[in-house]
Write a protein that binds this ligand. Structure first.
Ligand code: ADP
Length: 465
């Protein structure tokens, strides 16, 4: 049974872990889809925006003129390929602030939900020749990237919109050996547009908020249900164990008086028993004793199971010191099986208290009886009473002690420590439960302090009103 429950719990936990994995995977996929959708939307909103802004055209012309001049110089042998962009930064500085302002205004007009940064890079400059094209520039790696216009940002984190290719012809007059000549060159410039959305994560997260919230809600619900199911499974199992233990305990308790009663009846049935009146008297006394014991057991089960709300108190004013002495004296007289010493200490400021003598006596006797039951043959009990703002009674013994773990359950109904081994000590696990209920009915508290093999102390506090 215990094994089955463990397997069930492990299986459910694994199930939840697997479900969480699938859930996480689905959320990740949704995230990717949402991200792609958002990027696509932005891409189409900024696509070919310059076609709607004629002023940008003239800036591109300035740029093309710069390239055309460089090509002419190159063709005429005044310019090296490597120094192609010398002087471009001055042109860019004069163009860029206006360029940025223009595209920002256009993006605003297009109602972009997010601020977008834009950048135009050079892909290639190719001189178109009849025989073999001459590549003046070709972007091949990060190091030689040429930023043409727009804002500076890392293109690794950015998105491409479009490539544009423009083919242009240039004609340049020049003099060679006093002769007027015209240089004609066809060239092609390819550029790539990039855009960057700073707040895309926030936007995608916002779009996913609904699904995220729902997932978290469902997940918490499933976890809550699982926790509740496991908890009730364990508590059901505990209740079943406690019931089994109780049945074992009560059977054990009933066995001895019943066996004695059966023996006694057999004895009385014997021939010639009537001629031995002494034996008859002894047997009848045994029957009486066992009968009382059975009655006590049944009363214990019936009464000691009462909850504190069902206990009807009949309070009276008692002299604390007198009352405690009487209880302890009677108790000392009743213990015959072991050597017992009770050290009594009193610190009484308030002399009287109103309480139900019958119930409090039962509670104190339960604790005292346990001190004897769970100790070896020499029992020393420290009984300390203080009455200042409330009545404090502490009852300490030198017995076997209770482990920290068991202390937590000590006041539960039917709980007995180490149920199996302890069967040689009689009990139903009701004494401390009932004691706690009696103290609660007096609006008081009871706590236990103990160390295994070092004895146990119960501390009771009862308010004066
Ligand atoms: P029981 O009928 O078993 O004595 P109780 O409710 O009185 O039932 O006590 C519950 C359990 O607490 C006991 O079975 C015992 O294991 C443990 N216990 C109670 N009092 C003491 C004590 N003074 N020293 C050690 N163990 C104790």
């Amino acid at each position: 049974m215990k094994k089955n429950i463990r397997i069930l719990i492990i299986a459910s936990i694994l199930g939840v872990i697997a479900l969480s994995g699938i859930q996480a995977y689905l959320i990740y996929n949704t995230y990717k889809l949402e991200k792609d959708a958002f990027i696509e939307e932005t891409k189409s909103s900024v696509f070919r925006f310059e076609e709607s802004v004629p002023e940008i055209e003239s800036q591109y012309e300035t740029l093309t003129d710069f390239v055309a001049n460089k090509i002419a110089d190159y063709k005429l042998g005044h310019q090296k390929k490597a120094d192609l962009f010398q002087g471009y930064s001055t042109i860019k500085d004069s163009l860029n602030s206006q360029f940025i302002a223009l595209y920002q205004a256009e993006f605003k007009r297009r109602n972009l939900s997010h601020p977008v940064k834009f950048q135009k890079r050079l892909k290639s400059i190719i001189i178109l020749e009849k025989s073999k094209n001459d590549t003046l520039y070709f972007e091949s790696n990060n190091a030689n990237r040429q930023h043409l216009l727009g804002e500076l940002f890392n293109v690794e984190d950015a998105y491409r919109t479009n490539n544009s290719q423009t083919s242009t012809s240039l004609n340049r007059n020049y003099t060679e050996n006093g002769e007027q000549k015209t240089l004609s060159v066809d060239f092609q410039i390819t550029t790539i547009d990039y855009f960057n959305i700073d707040g895309w994560k926030k936007e995608v997260f916002k779009r996913m908020l609904g699904i995220l919230a729902l997932s978290i809600l469902i997940f918490t619900l499933v976890l809550g249900l699982l926790y509740y199911a496991i908890k009730s499974l364990i508590s059901q199992k505990k209740i079943a164990d406690v019931k089994t233990d109780f049945i074992n305990n009560i059977t054990h308790e009933l066995k001895t008086p019943l066996a004695t009663l059966s023996l006694a009846t057999k004895m009385l049935k014997k021939d010639g028993i009537k001629s031995q009146p002494q034996l008859v008297d002894n047997t009848v006394s045994t029957i009486e004793r066992q009968n009382k014991r059975l009655q006590k057991l049944i009363d214990q089960v019936l009464n000691n199971s009462l909850g504190y709300k069902e206990i009807k108190l009949n309070k009276e004013s008692v002299d604390i010191k007198d009352y405690i002495h009487t209880v302890l004296d009677d108790f000392e007289l009743s213990v015959k099986s072991k050597d017992i010493t009770i050290n009594r200490t009193f610190s009484i400021a308030n002399k009287t208290i109103t309480l139900d003598k019958f119930y409090i006596t039962t509670a104190l006797l339960n604790i005292l009886e346990n001190a004897v039951k769970y100790s070896d043959d020499n029992v020393t009990i420290h009984f300390n009473v203080e009455s200042n703002s409330q009545l404090n009674i502490s009852i300490g013994d030198n017995g076997i002690g209770i482990s920290d773990k068991d202390q937590k359950q000590i006041f539960e109904k039917f709980f007995r420590v180490g149920n199996k081994e302890i069967h040689n000590v009689k009990g139903l696990g009701l004494g401390l439960y009932y004691t706690n209920q009696i103290i609660k009915a007096h609006s008081g508290t009871i706590v236990v302090e103990s160390k295994k093999d070092r004895g146990t102390t119960f501390i009771i506090a009862i308010p004066f009103n």
